[in-house]
Design a protein. Structure first.
Length: 365
Protein backbone atom coordinates (compact mmCIF):
# COMPACT_ATOMS: atom_id res chain seq x y z
CA UNK A 1 0.00 0.00 0.00
CA UNK A 2 1.27 3.47 -0.90
CA UNK A 3 0.38 6.35 1.43
CA UNK A 4 1.09 9.93 0.42
CA UNK A 5 0.20 13.40 1.65
CA UNK A 6 -0.77 16.21 -0.73
CA UNK A 7 -1.05 19.96 -0.08
CA UNK A 8 -3.03 22.42 -2.18
CA UNK A 9 -4.86 25.73 -1.94
CA UNK A 10 -8.30 24.07 -1.94
CA UNK A 11 -9.91 20.69 -1.27
CA UNK A 12 -10.89 20.41 -4.94
CA UNK A 13 -7.28 20.89 -6.06
CA UNK A 14 -5.96 18.47 -3.43
CA UNK A 15 -8.41 15.74 -4.44
CA UNK A 16 -7.52 16.31 -8.08
CA UNK A 17 -3.85 15.70 -7.20
CA UNK A 18 -4.81 12.49 -5.35
CA UNK A 19 -6.73 11.21 -8.33
CA UNK A 20 -4.00 12.15 -10.81
CA UNK A 21 -1.12 10.52 -8.89
CA UNK A 22 -2.73 7.58 -7.07
CA UNK A 23 -5.62 6.85 -9.43
CA UNK A 24 -9.33 6.13 -9.10
CA UNK A 25 -8.82 3.46 -6.43
CA UNK A 26 -7.17 5.83 -3.92
CA UNK A 27 -8.94 6.38 -0.62
CA UNK A 28 -8.77 9.49 1.56
CA UNK A 29 -7.35 8.72 5.01
CA UNK A 30 -7.37 12.21 6.47
CA UNK A 31 -7.81 15.86 5.55
CA UNK A 32 -7.10 19.06 7.46
CA UNK A 33 -6.12 22.70 7.09
CA UNK A 34 -2.49 23.59 7.84
CA UNK A 35 -0.61 26.84 8.14
CA UNK A 36 2.16 27.58 5.68
CA UNK A 37 4.59 30.41 5.04
CA UNK A 38 2.30 31.84 2.39
CA UNK A 39 -1.04 31.22 4.10
CA UNK A 40 -3.44 28.35 4.76
CA UNK A 41 -3.30 25.11 2.84
CA UNK A 42 -5.47 22.00 2.61
CA UNK A 43 -3.60 18.78 3.42
CA UNK A 44 -5.02 15.44 2.31
CA UNK A 45 -3.51 12.05 3.11
CA UNK A 46 -4.52 9.28 0.71
CA UNK A 47 -3.64 5.65 0.12
CA UNK A 48 -3.83 3.12 -2.70
CA UNK A 49 -3.19 -0.59 -2.58
CA UNK A 50 -1.16 -1.35 -5.71
CA UNK A 51 0.20 -4.71 -4.58
CA UNK A 52 -0.67 -7.85 -6.61
CA UNK A 53 -3.91 -9.62 -5.57
CA UNK A 54 -3.48 -12.27 -2.90
CA UNK A 55 -5.55 -15.42 -2.46
CA UNK A 56 -6.89 -14.35 0.90
CA UNK A 57 -8.31 -11.05 2.13
CA UNK A 58 -5.95 -8.47 3.61
CA UNK A 59 -5.87 -8.26 7.38
CA UNK A 60 -5.75 -5.27 9.70
CA UNK A 61 -8.47 -3.10 11.22
CA UNK A 62 -8.05 -0.15 8.90
CA UNK A 63 -8.12 -2.29 5.75
CA UNK A 64 -11.37 -3.87 6.99
CA UNK A 65 -12.86 -0.39 7.31
CA UNK A 66 -11.93 0.39 3.74
CA UNK A 67 -13.32 -2.88 2.37
CA UNK A 68 -16.54 -2.51 4.37
CA UNK A 69 -16.99 0.99 3.02
CA UNK A 70 -16.55 -0.20 -0.57
CA UNK A 71 -19.14 -2.97 -0.05
CA UNK A 72 -21.53 -0.45 1.47
CA UNK A 73 -21.23 1.77 -1.58
CA UNK A 74 -21.94 -1.12 -3.93
CA UNK A 75 -24.90 -2.53 -1.95
CA UNK A 76 -26.59 0.67 -0.78
CA UNK A 77 -25.73 3.10 -3.56
CA UNK A 78 -25.61 0.53 -6.34
CA UNK A 79 -22.34 1.94 -7.64
CA UNK A 80 -20.19 0.22 -10.28
CA UNK A 81 -17.06 2.11 -11.22
CA UNK A 82 -18.53 5.47 -10.15
CA UNK A 83 -20.78 5.79 -13.21
CA UNK A 84 -23.69 8.21 -13.10
CA UNK A 85 -22.67 10.11 -9.97
CA UNK A 86 -21.23 13.53 -9.51
CA UNK A 87 -17.46 13.27 -8.94
CA UNK A 88 -17.23 15.91 -6.24
CA UNK A 89 -20.15 14.42 -4.32
CA UNK A 90 -18.47 11.03 -4.38
CA UNK A 91 -15.22 12.43 -3.07
CA UNK A 92 -17.02 14.25 -0.27
CA UNK A 93 -18.74 11.01 0.74
CA UNK A 94 -15.38 9.28 0.86
CA UNK A 95 -13.95 11.95 3.11
CA UNK A 96 -16.89 11.68 5.55
CA UNK A 97 -16.95 7.87 5.64
CA UNK A 98 -13.21 7.49 6.03
CA UNK A 99 -13.06 10.18 8.67
CA UNK A 100 -15.44 7.99 10.67
CA UNK A 101 -13.14 5.05 10.07
CA UNK A 102 -10.18 7.10 11.25
CA UNK A 103 -12.08 8.08 14.40
CA UNK A 104 -12.62 4.40 15.17
CA UNK A 105 -8.94 3.81 14.46
CA UNK A 106 -8.05 6.63 16.87
CA UNK A 107 -10.16 5.06 19.60
CA UNK A 108 -8.39 1.75 19.10
CA UNK A 109 -4.95 3.37 19.29
CA UNK A 110 -5.84 5.29 22.43
CA UNK A 111 -7.50 2.47 24.30
CA UNK A 112 -5.54 -0.65 23.38
CA UNK A 113 -2.00 -1.80 23.98
CA UNK A 114 1.40 -0.17 23.76
CA UNK A 115 0.54 1.89 20.68
CA UNK A 116 -1.86 3.84 22.83
CA UNK A 117 0.86 4.44 25.38
CA UNK A 118 3.30 5.82 22.82
CA UNK A 119 0.54 7.98 21.38
CA UNK A 120 0.00 9.45 24.83
CA UNK A 121 3.73 10.02 25.32
CA UNK A 122 4.17 12.01 22.09
CA UNK A 123 0.95 14.00 22.46
CA UNK A 124 1.95 14.76 26.04
CA UNK A 125 5.21 16.20 24.77
CA UNK A 126 3.48 18.56 22.40
CA UNK A 127 3.32 16.68 19.09
CA UNK A 128 0.02 17.26 17.27
CA UNK A 129 -2.27 14.25 17.53
CA UNK A 130 -2.75 14.08 13.77
CA UNK A 131 1.01 13.78 13.22
CA UNK A 132 1.27 11.01 15.83
CA UNK A 133 -1.62 9.09 14.32
CA UNK A 134 -0.11 9.35 10.87
CA UNK A 135 3.14 7.85 12.21
CA UNK A 136 1.30 4.96 13.88
CA UNK A 137 -0.83 4.32 10.80
CA UNK A 138 2.18 4.23 8.47
CA UNK A 139 4.32 2.01 10.73
CA UNK A 140 4.02 -1.72 10.14
CA UNK A 141 5.81 -4.70 11.65
CA UNK A 142 6.89 -2.93 14.84
CA UNK A 143 7.04 -4.61 18.24
CA UNK A 144 5.55 -1.75 20.24
CA UNK A 145 6.79 -3.30 23.47
CA UNK A 146 10.42 -3.06 22.29
CA UNK A 147 11.72 0.47 22.85
CA UNK A 148 14.63 0.13 20.42
CA UNK A 149 12.24 -0.80 17.60
CA UNK A 150 9.87 2.05 18.44
CA UNK A 151 12.69 4.60 18.46
CA UNK A 152 14.15 3.22 15.22
CA UNK A 153 10.73 3.35 13.57
CA UNK A 154 10.11 6.95 14.70
CA UNK A 155 13.62 7.97 13.59
CA UNK A 156 13.05 6.55 10.10
CA UNK A 157 9.61 8.14 9.80
CA UNK A 158 10.78 11.57 10.97
CA UNK A 159 13.52 11.40 8.35
CA UNK A 160 10.82 11.17 5.69
CA UNK A 161 8.34 13.83 6.85
CA UNK A 162 10.46 16.44 8.68
CA UNK A 163 13.26 17.93 6.55
CA UNK A 164 16.60 18.21 8.34
CA UNK A 165 19.91 19.94 7.62
CA UNK A 166 22.00 17.81 5.28
CA UNK A 167 24.60 20.17 3.87
CA UNK A 168 27.13 22.46 5.52
CA UNK A 169 28.85 23.86 2.45
CA UNK A 170 27.14 27.27 2.58
CA UNK A 171 29.55 30.21 2.76
CA UNK A 172 27.34 33.15 3.82
CA UNK A 173 24.79 32.30 6.53
CA UNK A 174 22.36 34.86 7.99
CA UNK A 175 20.40 34.57 11.23
CA UNK A 176 17.00 36.31 11.44
CA UNK A 177 14.15 36.23 13.91
CA UNK A 178 12.30 38.07 16.69
CA UNK A 179 14.23 39.72 19.50
CA UNK A 180 15.25 37.58 22.45
CA UNK A 181 15.41 34.26 20.59
CA UNK A 182 19.17 33.84 20.98
CA UNK A 183 20.41 34.65 17.47
CA UNK A 184 23.75 36.08 18.60
CA UNK A 185 24.56 33.20 20.94
CA UNK A 186 23.67 30.65 18.25
CA UNK A 187 25.91 32.46 15.77
CA UNK A 188 28.79 32.24 18.23
CA UNK A 189 28.17 28.54 18.87
CA UNK A 190 28.13 27.77 15.17
CA UNK A 191 31.26 29.88 14.61
CA UNK A 192 33.21 27.84 17.17
CA UNK A 193 31.83 24.63 15.69
CA UNK A 194 33.10 25.57 12.24
CA UNK A 195 36.51 26.67 13.51
CA UNK A 196 37.27 23.83 15.93
CA UNK A 197 35.47 20.82 14.46
CA UNK A 198 35.82 21.66 10.76
CA UNK A 199 38.96 23.82 10.80
CA UNK A 200 37.46 26.56 8.69
CA UNK A 201 38.29 30.25 8.67
CA UNK A 202 35.26 32.09 10.04
CA UNK A 203 34.35 35.76 9.61
CA UNK A 204 31.63 37.61 11.54
CA UNK A 205 29.33 40.42 10.44
CA UNK A 206 27.08 42.17 12.97
CA UNK A 207 24.19 44.47 12.14
CA UNK A 208 22.63 44.24 15.60
CA UNK A 209 23.67 47.78 16.49
CA UNK A 210 20.43 48.72 18.27
CA UNK A 211 20.55 46.37 21.25
CA UNK A 212 22.43 47.59 24.30
CA UNK A 213 25.51 45.47 24.93
CA UNK A 214 25.11 43.39 21.77
CA UNK A 215 28.08 44.96 20.01
CA UNK A 216 30.34 44.60 23.05
CA UNK A 217 29.34 40.94 23.29
CA UNK A 218 30.32 40.38 19.66
CA UNK A 219 33.59 42.33 19.98
CA UNK A 220 34.62 40.33 23.04
CA UNK A 221 33.79 37.06 21.36
CA UNK A 222 35.67 38.06 18.22
CA UNK A 223 38.84 38.75 20.21
CA UNK A 224 38.65 35.58 22.31
CA UNK A 225 37.78 33.34 19.35
CA UNK A 226 40.29 34.94 17.01
CA UNK A 227 37.73 35.70 14.31
CA UNK A 228 37.54 38.96 12.33
CA UNK A 229 34.42 41.05 13.01
CA UNK A 230 32.87 43.64 10.70
CA UNK A 231 30.17 46.00 11.97
CA UNK A 232 27.59 47.31 9.50
CA UNK A 233 24.82 49.88 9.96
CA UNK A 234 22.80 49.22 6.81
CA UNK A 235 22.50 47.22 3.59
CA UNK A 236 25.36 48.95 1.74
CA UNK A 237 27.79 48.54 4.63
CA UNK A 238 26.72 44.92 5.03
CA UNK A 239 27.50 44.24 1.39
CA UNK A 240 30.92 45.87 1.79
CA UNK A 241 31.57 43.83 4.95
CA UNK A 242 30.94 40.60 3.05
CA UNK A 243 33.36 41.65 0.32
CA UNK A 244 36.06 42.52 2.86
CA UNK A 245 35.92 38.96 4.23
CA UNK A 246 36.42 37.26 0.87
CA UNK A 247 39.31 35.17 2.20
CA UNK A 248 37.06 33.53 4.82
CA UNK A 249 35.63 30.03 4.33
CA UNK A 250 32.41 30.88 6.20
CA UNK A 251 30.77 34.24 7.01
CA UNK A 252 28.10 34.38 9.71
CA UNK A 253 25.77 37.39 9.74
CA UNK A 254 23.89 38.58 12.84
CA UNK A 255 20.83 40.75 12.13
CA UNK A 256 18.69 42.96 14.38
CA UNK A 257 15.63 41.46 16.03
CA UNK A 258 12.35 41.93 14.20
CA UNK A 259 11.40 42.37 10.57
CA UNK A 260 11.87 46.08 9.91
CA UNK A 261 14.81 46.79 7.63
CA UNK A 262 16.15 43.25 7.79
CA UNK A 263 14.68 42.30 4.41
CA UNK A 264 16.81 44.92 2.67
CA UNK A 265 19.91 43.69 4.49
CA UNK A 266 19.26 40.08 3.49
CA UNK A 267 18.68 41.04 -0.13
CA UNK A 268 21.88 43.09 -0.24
CA UNK A 269 24.16 40.31 1.01
CA UNK A 270 22.43 37.42 -0.83
CA UNK A 271 23.17 34.71 1.78
CA UNK A 272 23.39 31.04 0.84
CA UNK A 273 21.25 30.17 3.85
CA UNK A 274 18.83 32.09 6.08
CA UNK A 275 18.11 30.50 9.47
CA UNK A 276 14.96 31.68 11.26
CA UNK A 277 15.73 31.44 15.00
CA UNK A 278 12.80 30.57 17.28
CA UNK A 279 12.55 29.70 20.98
CA UNK A 280 11.24 26.19 21.68
CA UNK A 281 9.62 27.34 24.94
CA UNK A 282 7.34 29.81 23.12
CA UNK A 283 3.69 29.04 22.39
CA UNK A 284 3.17 27.25 19.10
CA UNK A 285 0.83 30.00 17.93
CA UNK A 286 3.54 32.60 18.56
CA UNK A 287 6.03 30.49 16.58
CA UNK A 288 3.69 30.26 13.62
CA UNK A 289 3.05 34.00 13.80
CA UNK A 290 6.82 34.58 13.64
CA UNK A 291 7.00 32.27 10.63
CA UNK A 292 4.22 34.28 8.99
CA UNK A 293 5.94 37.61 9.71
CA UNK A 294 9.19 36.40 8.22
CA UNK A 295 7.39 34.76 5.30
CA UNK A 296 8.73 37.37 2.88
CA UNK A 297 12.31 36.33 3.63
CA UNK A 298 14.11 33.52 1.77
CA UNK A 299 14.09 31.42 4.95
CA UNK A 300 15.80 28.10 4.26
CA UNK A 301 16.04 26.61 7.76
CA UNK A 302 14.50 26.71 11.22
CA UNK A 303 16.80 26.85 14.25
CA UNK A 304 15.32 26.29 17.72
CA UNK A 305 16.79 27.55 20.98
CA UNK A 306 15.89 27.10 24.68
CA UNK A 307 15.07 23.42 24.35
CA UNK A 308 16.17 23.04 27.96
CA UNK A 309 13.36 25.38 29.04
CA UNK A 310 10.36 23.49 27.66
CA UNK A 311 8.42 20.32 28.49
CA UNK A 312 6.75 20.39 25.05
CA UNK A 313 9.58 19.85 22.54
CA UNK A 314 7.11 18.35 20.07
CA UNK A 315 6.11 21.83 18.94
CA UNK A 316 9.33 22.07 16.91
CA UNK A 317 8.20 19.05 14.90
CA UNK A 318 4.75 20.60 14.44
CA UNK A 319 6.20 23.85 13.07
CA UNK A 320 8.68 22.10 10.77
CA UNK A 321 5.95 19.74 9.53
CA UNK A 322 3.53 22.61 8.84
CA UNK A 323 6.05 24.88 7.08
CA UNK A 324 8.10 22.27 5.23
CA UNK A 325 11.29 24.10 6.27
CA UNK A 326 14.34 22.05 7.24
CA UNK A 327 15.50 21.93 10.85
CA UNK A 328 19.14 22.95 11.14
CA UNK A 329 20.28 23.14 14.76
CA UNK A 330 18.91 22.79 18.28
CA UNK A 331 20.28 24.74 21.24
CA UNK A 332 19.72 23.60 24.83
CA UNK A 333 21.81 25.88 27.03
CA UNK A 334 24.33 28.74 27.25
CA UNK A 335 27.58 26.80 26.87
CA UNK A 336 29.64 27.41 23.73
CA UNK A 337 29.74 25.16 21.75
CA UNK A 338 28.58 22.19 23.87
CA UNK A 339 24.89 23.16 24.01
CA UNK A 340 24.47 23.24 20.24
CA UNK A 341 23.50 20.21 18.15
CA UNK A 342 22.73 19.49 14.54
CA UNK A 343 19.11 18.37 14.19
CA UNK A 344 18.90 14.73 13.10
CA UNK A 345 15.99 12.26 13.02
CA UNK A 346 17.74 10.18 15.68
CA UNK A 347 18.16 13.17 18.01
CA UNK A 348 14.53 14.22 17.48
CA UNK A 349 13.26 10.70 18.18
CA UNK A 350 15.20 10.61 21.45
CA UNK A 351 13.86 13.98 22.55
CA UNK A 352 10.25 13.05 21.79
CA UNK A 353 10.27 9.54 23.27
CA UNK A 354 12.56 9.82 26.25
CA UNK A 355 11.85 13.24 27.70
CA UNK A 356 14.53 15.68 28.73
CA UNK A 357 16.94 16.89 26.09
CA UNK A 358 18.68 14.35 23.90
CA UNK A 359 17.34 11.41 25.87
CA UNK A 360 18.77 12.51 29.23
CA UNK A 361 15.45 12.54 31.01
CA UNK A 362 13.20 9.81 32.32
CA UNK A 363 12.21 7.23 29.73
CA UNK A 364 8.68 6.03 29.14
CA UNK A 365 9.51 2.43 28.27
Amino acid sequence: MRIKTFQADSMREALSKVKEELGEDAVILDSRRVKGLLGGKVEVTAAVDDSPPRPRAATGNFQRYVEAYKRWREQVLGERGGEGRDEIAKLREEVVALRRAMMRRREEIESHGPQGRWCGVLVGRGVERGIVERWLLESDGVDWEAYAQVKGCLKEWLGKVVPVYRDDRARVIAFVGPSGMGKTTCLQKLAVRYKLAKERKVGLVSLDTYRIGAMEQMRSFSVVAGMPLKVAYGPEEAEEAIRSLEDMDVILVDTPGGVGGVDEIVKSIGPDEVHLVLAANAKEGDMMEAVRRFGGFPVSHLLFTKLDETISPGTIVNVAYATGKALSYLSDGPRIPEDFHQATPELLAGILLEGGYGGTGETSS
